[in-house]
Structures are given as structure tokens and as C-alpha cells.
Design a protein around this ligand. Structure first.
Ligand code: 7TS
Length: 416
């Protein structure tokens, strides 16, 4: 414990105070204090956000955009205020360029569905080799329907994209490019500024999957000049089941609606239905009202800590964990730079299955993800079945990393 104290107080970042905001981090798992290193799968929720969720259901639960009654108006205002917070956070030009979705997967499917009516069989689209399945499969479905060709931007051994190959793949046939801002399996931060600029030079539009970047990096969609950007609230201290698609107004207007239903129409008759304007055209049905409001609260919480402070502190955790892990014999880390990475380490031990190591860690209260991380093409590239992935958040500590390192040494002894 003396070790823990001295390590944490050497940092100016008030991590011990921040940790207290997260009730779940006070619990034990399998008789050990929880060490939660599965933040890339989902982040934990601070009391400040839990309070907003409880307040919604205790005080103003109502459907939105449709009631004249007081509660409906309060809920509508809170939901639209959350949209405005999200707009400000990503520096979108207009709040109606922020479409509430169920998360990143839903947001990507919305765009893939929209472009199904805009592409033809002469067109090409490019996807990076570093993608989560949710930024691969919707485009495969879109290509099956349109006859457009899906081409892959390859990756390099160090976990970065092959940008020379990207240059060669781009042509005036390229209509769309899909890349994540940060790889969920490796943590690589992709050079999206360059990708967007080059894609625009040939007239292609770019969708950046920001699911893994958003908890660590504040993207400015106007400065990036990105066409579409997607995020999930549950990876940034918000609840599950809500996220956002940012899209440029003219592109959102070009796409037909994804789903039909209530609240997305201007007028309905059996002869002809006309659609509502943005954002409602893409928000059919009762949305996740409480989730949207809580997403706004989660952003407030993260801003109270500061995205720059978060990035600096998490990088310290990444450098520390990488150093400690590298000292264990037989460790192989995938995605090797620490300056172009968020705080994610994917690794293996020679001769040990990731699942077995992950199971022993769990017995010691340490949560990591093992497996292919919904990024099978990356595992195929390295010819491995999967990795052990430790993904850190700003409420994690070096002392917790020490616990993981000791547990890994134990697991290695037991399994080899
Ligand atoms: N894109 C990336 C880059 C992701 O990491 C994930 C989820 C998604 C899309 C899908 O997000 P959802 O909120 O719609 O499910 N990634 C992970 C992960 O790495 N472990 O569990 C989920």
C-alpha cells in the first residue's frame, strides 16, 4: 500500500478523488478489489451521471416532442439541451447535424443504408484493415446491394495503416472511405486528418468511427472537415444504448431516412408521406430520452476533468504499463508505438492462450478483455486467435497496473 500511495501522489492528476465518483470501483470481485481494465468495451459511470438518470425517472419521465403537458416539455428541453452540449463538444456547425442513435453500430448502419441508394456498381469504397466489425459488415451489406467494390487499406506490422497503399487505392472511383479514429483492438490513433484531406481531393466522403477516440480525444468535426463521425455514449462515462451520428447537413439531406415511423414525418397519408427535416428525419420512434440526457451529463463530467488532463494522465498509464509488461519474458505487444496510441495494450504470452490468462486475472478481481475484440482481420494479420487487452481510463492507477502485472506473472507461472 505504501507503494500505491507514493505512486499516485507523484502525479498532479487527482485520480484518488476521481475514483470516488465511481461507485462500482469501490466493489470487490471474487474477493478482491475490482481493477477495471476493460474500458474500451464500456466505461464506468460516475455518480453525477447516475444521479441524472435517477432524476429523469423520478421527476420528469415523459415522451418528447409531442406533449403540451409540463413533463413532456421539461423532457424535450433537457433532451435538446443534451444535443446542443454534444454539438458544442464536437464543434458541429448546427445542432441538427447531431443525430441521436442507439450507438456507433446504429450510426454506421444508418449511413450505409443511406448510401445504398446513392452508389452504383462502378463505385469503390475503402475500408481500413484496423476496423471493428461494425465498421466492416454494414459496408459489405451496402456493397452487396449496390454492386460497389469494397477495397481494404492494409495495415503494417506496427499496427499502423499503410498510408502508401492508401494513396494508391484512392482514385476518382472512390466514393467513400471508412476508418476508425482509434483502433479498439490495438489503440492505434490513425492519421485521420491526412486521410480526410486526401479522400476529399478525389471527391470521396469519409466516415470516421470515433467510438474509441471519443473517450480520450476531443474531435473538432469542422476543423477535421470530416463528413460523418460516430460515437457511443457508453464508452465515455454515459449509459448504453445511446450514441450519435454527426453528419454534414448537405450529406444528411442527401440520404433517405433509415427507418420510418412516428416523429420522422412532416405529413402522412396513404397517397404520400413527406419527411420531417433534420434531425428528426433519422430519429423515428421514441428515442432513448434518458440516455440522451445522461450522455450530455457524461460530457459535462468529462469536461470537469478536462480532455487534455485525461490524455496526459492516460498516456502516463500507457507508458508505465508498457514498460512493466515488456519486462515479463515472452510478452508480445501488438501495436507498438506509445505516442500514436490511446491507453490500450493488446498483448500475448508465448504459448499461453489469452482466454486462460484472462480467466486467472478475473479470479483476482482484474477485468480485461480477451479474444479477437470484434476485429478478426487484425488477428488474422498477426496469425493469432486473439489477445489479452488491457484498456485504461482516467480513473485507473499505476497501483492497479502493478496488481495486473503481478497477476500476469502468477498466471504465466500457472499456465506454462
Ligand atoms: N467501433 C469501434 C472502434 C468500437 O470499438 C466499437 C465497440 C464499436 C464500433 C461498436 O460500438 P457499439 O457501442 O455500437 O457497440 N467496441 C468494443 C470493444 O472493443 N469491446 O467491446 C466493444
Amino acid at each position: 500500500m505504501a507503494n500505491k500511495q507514493s505512486l499516485d501522489t507523484t502525479l498532479s492528476f487527482p485520480v484518488e478523488k476521481i475514483k470516488k465518483d465511481f461507485p462500482i470501483l469501490q466493489r470487490e470481485v471474487n474477493g478482491h478489489p475490482l481493477v477495471y481494465f476493460d474500458n474500451a468495451a464500456t466505461s464506468q459511470t460516475p455518480q453525477q451521471v447516475i444521479d441524472v438518470i435517477a432524476d429523469y425517472y423520478q421527476n420528469y419521465n415523459a415522451n418528447i416532442h409531442r406533449g403540451v403537458h409540463t413533463l413532456s416539455q421539461i423532457a424535450t428541453d433537457a433532451y435538446e439541451q443534451a444535443r446542443e452540449k454534444i454539438r458544442a463538444h464536437f464543434n458541429a456547425n448546427k445542432s441538427y447535424e447531431i443525430i441521436f442513435t442507439a450507438g456507433t453500430t446504429h450510426a454506421i448502419n444508418l449511413v450505409a443504408n443511406g448510401y445504398t441508394s446513392l452508389l452504383s456498381k462502378e463505385d469503390e469504397v475503402l475500408v481500413s484493415a484496423l476496423e471493428h466489425h461494425s465498421n466492416i459488415v454494414p459496408w459489405q451489406i451496402m456493397c452487396e446491394k449496390t454492386g460497389a467494390t469494397l477495397k481494404v487499406i492494409p495495415m503494417l506490422e506496427n499496427g499502423e495503416l499503410d498510408m502508401l497503399a492508401f494513396d494508391q487505392l484512392l482514385s476518382n472511383k472512390t466514393k467513400l472511405v471508412f476508418v476508425n479514429h482509434v483502433s479498439n483492438a490495438l489503440g492505434t490513433i490513425n492519421p485521420i486528418e491526412e486521410i480526410i484531406k486526401k479522400a476529399h481531393q478525389v471527391g470521396a466522403k469519409v466516415l470516421i468511427d470515433g467510438a474509441q477516440a471519443a473517450p480520450h480525444i476531443q474531435a473538432d468535426v469542422q476543423a477535421l472537415d470530416v463528413d460523418f463521425y460516430t460515437v457511443s455514449a457508453h464508452k465515455m462515462c454515459g449509459p448504453t444504448g445511446v450514441g450519435v451520428l454527426y453528419g454534414k447537413e448537405e450529406l444528411l439531406n442527401l440520404m433517405p431516412p433509415y427507418q420510418g415511423g412516428g416523429e420522422m414525418i412532416a405529413e402522412v397519408s396513404f397517397e404520400k408521406t413527406t419527411y420531417a427535416g433534420l434531425p428528426h428525419k433519422f430519429e423515428a420512434g421514441t428515442p432513448n430520452i434518458c440516455g440522451g440526457i445522461a450522455f450530455g451529463a457524461a460530457l459535462d463530467y468529462m469536461h470537469s476533468i478536462g480532455f487534455d488532463n485525461i490524455a496526459t494522465y492516460e498516456n502516463e498509464l500507457l507508458v508505465y504499463a508498457t514498460e512493466k509488461l515488456s519486462e515479463i519474458e515472452g510478452t508480445r505487444i501488438f501495436g507498438t508505438s506509445t505516442d500514436k496510441k490511446t491507453a490500450v495494450i493488446s498483448f500475448n504470452f508465448e504459448g499461453i492462450h489469452p482466454y486462460d490468462a484472462g480467466t486467472i486475472l478475473d479470479k483476482l478481481g482484474i477485468a480485461v478483455r480477451t479474444g479477437h475484440h470484434c476485429a478478426q482481420p487484425i488477428m488474422d494479420f498477426y496469425a493469432i486467435p486473439g489477445t489479452i487487452r488491457a484498456s485504461f481510463a482516467f480513473y485507473n492507477t499505476k497501483a492497479e497496473i502493478d496488481l495486473m502485472i503481478n497477476a500476469l506473472k502468477k498466471a504465466k507461472m500457472m499456465l506454462s
